[in-house]
Each structure stands twice: as structure tokens, then as C-alpha cells.
Ligand binder design. Structure first.
Ligand SMILES: [Zn+2]
Length: 385
């Protein structure tokens, strides 16, 4: 079965509409009626839409080893209790001391979720015409059926699964236009925008708006291949970390009012003209307006007629700043070196490796500026556009 053909839904149980169970778009024995569910795919579960609702008379229980034992069938299929991590368990206690547990267990070996219903009474299960399976706790039995649970069980489970899943990163990028963009990662943190390779001119914005900007390999990836909700890594050779970003918009051609380009007077074109070599030679430095405000004094020498300031025009994607990774994360060390400005990658990053970005207090300080001319790295021979 192709995983990407499958979609889960959570539907009301016909005989008890307050409770919900998983159904599948395609015929799938793993989620059907009368089956134990061992193979729920976490990535599919998080896309399910849940209606608001409560836990009915259940309460959330502690994620103890004892509860794992009570929820896991004592069978070869289920395997060893040490293979499982309890994600969520809820409990209902009735007056006659009948206890019902409903739980979701992550199989750490297969990365699949098992969903089980357990009672401290074999008779209660068999009286309801179901098969009772021994658990790893002699006083608890598993009902041989799919799990039904209150809406809040499902919404809590989805929340927990989202936290557990590693982030899948699909692309890595660099964004240092003309190699003159001072503290480019800070600009991205501040503006929450990343810029297309080759797409940072007024002319390319015009071409893009006319649907004619499609000649360049890396720009095509930026515009056509990267999707909303994709996660990317943004590297820059002047930083000892990479940003983890989530794409939140389609490509948009705009004037970036928070990005400033300082130029000398080598060329009178304003704004920059793409095919003019003098224009490129006239670029001294690029930075964000916030950086400029903070370091204003260092730039007073440019405030005369020999220099001009203009905004960048660019094809951008809006991004959410998820965090950053540094050399304590395997992915950072593995993926730090690459050619060109965009590479497709397929890696996963554990959420625990993602560090917080302090949006108000990242470097944004001229003392951290490094000398671009003496910067030596593997891609000095590649023009990063
Ligand atoms: Zn020019």
C-alpha cells in the first residue's frame, strides 16, 4: 500500500455518536472494524480534522509502565513492552469498580501507533460479544476491536504526535545576494522573508508577474517546487548556525521596504539594472532597516551625494522562524557544505535539536560583521545569487 494514497478520517461511532474512531479512505485492515490497531501512521494522524469535544467521563491518566502493561496485548504481534512509549492514556472508572483504559502507544521500532482498549474484567468484554486478549498485567484484558474514544482523546493525541514527530526538511538554501548581504540570517529573522535565487531585481519581479521568469534552475525550485508548509534550512557561511524555516506563502514579487542596499555612484541607474555590470559593482552592502537603525553611526559616512540607498525588489516567500540548529545537530554538520544556492535534501531533525531564536535580540550588531573579502569556504568559486 502506498502511504500517500491513504487518508484517515475520525468519524462518530454509529452506536455511540459521542465517541469517534479512525476510518480510512481506502480499504485498510489496520483501521477496520473488528481489528486491533497496531499500524496507525503518525504522519497521517496529524492531518485529521477533529471537531471540538470533551473527554466525556474519562480522565487523562499518567503515562506509567504499569499502564503500558495494561494496554499491550500479550501476543507475538504486539511484542515487547520495552518497544513502546505511551503517548496518551485515558481512564473511566465505573461504580462497580470496572475500569476502562484507552491508550495510544508508539512502537519505537516501527514508528507506528497502537490503539488499545483495556478493561480490568475479561467478562465485561466477552459479555459484549468480543474476544478478550490477555495483557501484560494479569488483571487487565484488551478488547479485540478498534478503538473508539471521546473527541478530546483524538485532539490530545494529535497534539502529542505533532510534538513527537521529527521535522522533515526538504531543501537547504543560501540567501546572501551578491555576497553583500550583511548578517543575512538576521535580516530573515527580522523580515520573515527569504529571497529567490536570481530573483532580486525590479526586472525579475516584472518578469515573474508576467509569468515569464522561468529560465533559471534554482529560481524554478524556489518558485515552483517549494510548497507552503515545507520546512527548509537556511545556511550562511558567516554564521555558526542554520535557520529552520517553514514556508508560509506562495512566491510574491515585491519591494522589500525593510531591506536597504547601499550603492556608490559607479552607475546612475536607480534602482539596480540586472544586465548592467556597473550596477552590481556599485553595491557596497545590504542589510535590514533594523540593522541600519542599530548601527546608524557606522553608516553616517555614506549619507552624502556620493552614495545612494535603495530598497531591494525581489521574489520572496514569507516564512515562519521555527528555530535554529548548530553543530550539536548532526544535520547541521552533514549539510553545511553545498554548491549553488538551493539543494533538495531529505532529512529529519529531532525537535529537541532545534534551538530557540530570540527574534528581538539576535546579533544585529556590527561587531559581529565579518570580512566578506577574506571569507574562504568551499563555494568561493560558485557565484551565489
Ligand atoms: Zn547600472
Amino acid at each position: 500500500m502506498q502511504q500517500n494514497e491513504e487518508i484517515y478520517y475520525i468519524n462518530p461511532v454509529p452506536s455511540d455518536p459521542k465517541c469517534m474512531y479512525i476510518t480510512s479512505r481506502i480499504k485498510n485492515p489496520e483501521v477496520e472494524r473488528g481489528h486491533l490497531q497496531y499500524q496507525i501512521i503518525p504522519e497521517l494522524l496529524i492531518n485529521v480534522i477533529i471537531l471540538d469535544g470533551d473527554l466525556l467521563d474519562f480522565v487523562i491518566e499518567e503515562k506509567t509502565e504499569e499502564n503500558i502493561k495494561r494496554l499491550l496485548p500479550l501476543t507475538k504481534t504486539a511484542g515487547d513492552i520495552n518497544d513502546y512509549k505511551l503517548l496518551l492514556v485515558i481512564k473511566l472508572k465505573r461504580d462497580n469498580n470496572l475500569i476502562c483504559l484507552k491508550g495510544a502507544l508508539l512502537n519505537k521500532k516501527t514508528n507506528r501507533i497502537a490503539l488499545m482498549t483495556s478493561f480490568n474484567s475479561e467478562k465485561h468484554i466477552t459479555d459484549n460479544n468480543s474476544r478478550a486478549i490477555k495483557s501484560h498485567d494479569p488483571s487487565y484484558f484488551i478488547g479485540h476491536y478498534r478503538l473508539s474514544a471521546p473527541p478530546k482523546f483524538w485532539s490530545e493525541l494529535i497534539k502529542i504526535v505533532k510534538q513527537e514527530l521529527p521535522l522533515k526538511i526538504k531543501y537547504k538554501l543560501r540567501n546572501n545576494q551578491w555576497r553583500k548581504h550583511t548578517n543575512v540570517l538576521d535580516s530573515i529573522i527580522y523580515t520573515k522573508k527569504i529571497v529567490s535565487p536570481y530573483g532580486h531585481w525590479k526586472e525579475t519581479n516584472k518578469l515573474f508577474n508576467e509569468g515569464k521568469f522561468n529560465n533559471e534552475k534554482f529560481a524554478k525550485i524556489f518558485i515552483n517546487d517549494i510548497n507552503i508548509n515545507d520546512y527548509i534550512l537556511m545556511f550562511d557561511t558567516n554564521y555558526d548556525y542554520a535557520l529552520v524555516l517553514k514556508i508560509t506563502s506562495k512566491p510574491i514579487a515585491e519591494r522589500l521596504n525593510d531591506i536597504i542596499i547601499i550603492r556608490d555612484n559607479k552607475c546612475n541607474h536607480t534602482p539596480l539594472v540586472k544586465d548592467c555590470k556597473e550596477c552590481i559593482d556599485s553595491i557596497l552592502e545590504i542589510f535590514s532597516s533594523k540593522y541600519f537603525e542599530k548601527n546608524y553611526k557606522s553608516y553616517t559616512k555614506y549619507l552624502n551625494e556620493d552614495y545612494k540607498f535603495e530598497n531591494m525588489h525581489a521574489i520572496i516567500r514569507n516564512v515562519e522562524i521555527v528555530g535554529k540548529i548548530n553543530n550539536t545537530c548532526e544535520a547541521y554538520n552533514q549539510k553545511n557544505y553545498f554548491q549553488g544556492s538551493i539543494n533538495r535534501i531529505n532529512i529529519e531533525i529531532d525537535k529537541k535539536d532545534i534551538l530557540k531564536v530570540n527574534i528581538d535580540n539576535e546579533q544585529l550588531n556590527i561587531d559581529n560583521k565579518k570580512d566578506y573579502e577574506t571569507d574562504s569556504d568551499d563555494d568561493n568559486n560558485n557565484i551565489i545569487l
